[in-house]
Ligand binder design. Structure first.
Ligand SMILES: Nc1ncnc2c1ncn2[C@@H]1O[C@H](COP(=O)(O)OP(=O)(O)OP(=O)(O)O)[C@@H](O)[C@H]1O
Length: 329
């Protein structure tokens, strides 16, 4: 695969009254062509600083960045035409229609006006394009913003929190739009806090915490690296679940009872569960690994609160998933 975007060792410090703050502390990221790539991190972890630095709006202290194989900010004037970005919510004139707004932007950017109708189709606003923007919902305004970024047919689209403030319907529309853009061959970099959405939309992710990458890879890889290590166990109907749990607990298992099943939280060797229970003539009817989701991974790697010094600072992208340890090995 070809990298559309590469960042390595990016460092940005801000100086304020309270001293120096490392907004980016040696941050790395790679986005491959044709992917919808999720950029995740807690508040203040450095997402906006990264995106603004990429677009030449902020000067970094250190690090290398390239877009479409060309180093930026040096070659930004050449690559700018191939990058569409919404990093801050654009403001539109409420009295203009979407059609007028996009036509003016097309003229200003030297883009053929025919493109206006293609982007209106792409974002699903064609039917409403002759209505004033002030009558639009927030979701429609966000889609108009995406349409404006698509005018110049970019190869890379960068969106900072596109689903911010949207209701579930608006989020669903944005999801469909991202899928359509990806199907049309565009690479999309998407920062978001909405982890369930990222898991649904994105092919790959980078998670940042306190200015450093803590993990990256395809969504499937990242989740696989974080197998929860737990298994769900179901027994034959009528079997004493408490008794079975006791047997396993006595052997060191962390058992949580539910109404019709129990979960062993540290089952590194699930066969041990069936063996121990079978020795007491208790038979297992179901033994299923409990999958981690992106939210579990995010919370594990970044901590719930983005407090400096409390986040994990290890980039586990290159680390093996082995060696987690657990009961029953
Ligand atoms: N202009 C600035 N001056 C001083 N500190 C700044 C400035 N901009 C950002 N910071 C600090 O840099 C760090 C990273 O901020 P940034 O806005 O990049 O994070 P973020 O991940 O985009 O957060 P959010 O999700 O809340 O938008 C934070 O500690 C923030 O307070």
């Amino acid at each position: 695969m070809t990298a559309v975007l590469e960042i390595s060792g990016l460092r940005k410090t801000y100086r304020g009254r309270k001293g120096v703050r490392n907004a980016l502390d040696g941050f790395d990221m790679v986005v491959e062509a044709g992917q919808v790539h999720g950029f995740l991190g807690p508040n203040g972890s450095g997402k906006t600083t990264t995106l603004r630095t990429l677009l030449g709006l902020i000067k970094p202290n250190e690090g290398r960045m390239s877009i479409l194989g060309r180093e930026v900010p040096k070659h930004l004037p050449e690559v700018a035409r191939e990058v569409g970005a919404i990093v801050e919510s654009p403001q539109f004139f409420g009295n203009f229609t979407a059609e007028t707004t996009l036509s003016l932007l097309a003229d200003a950017g030297g883009v053929n006006r025919n493109r206006v109708y293609s982007v209106l189709d792409l974002v699903g606003l064609r039917d409403r394009s002759k209505e004033r923007v002030k009558t639009y919902s927030l979701g429609m305004k966000q889609r108009l913003a995406v349409a404006s970024a698509l005018l110049k047919e970019p190869k890379l689209l960068i969106l900072d929190e596109p689903a911010n403030g949207l209701d579930p319907g608006g989020i669903r529309e944005m999801r469909t739009l991202m899928r359509d853009l990806s199907a049309a061959g565009m690479t999309v970099l998407l920062s978001s806090h909405i982890l369930g959405e990222i898991q649904l939309i994105c092919d790959s992710v980078t998670i940042i915490s306190a200015g450093k990458r803590v993990t990256s890879g395809s969504v499937a890889e990242v989740l696989a690296r974080h197998k929860s290590g737990a298994v769900k166990v179901r027994l034959e109907p009528g079997v004493d679940m408490m008794g079975a749990a006791q047997i396993l607990r006595a052997a060191g298992a962390a058992v949580t009872l539910d109404t019709d099943h129990f979960t062993v939280g540290n089952a590194s060797n699930p066969a041990q569960i069936t063996k121990l229970l079978a020795q007491q003539e208790i038979y297992v009817t179901e033994l299923t690994p409990v999958a981690a989701d992106l939210e579990d991974v995010f919370l594990e790697l970044t901590g719930t609160a983005p407090v400096e010094g409390q986040n994990r600072q290890v980039d586990e992208t290159a680390m093996s998933a082995a060696g987690k340890g657990g009961w029953g090995q």
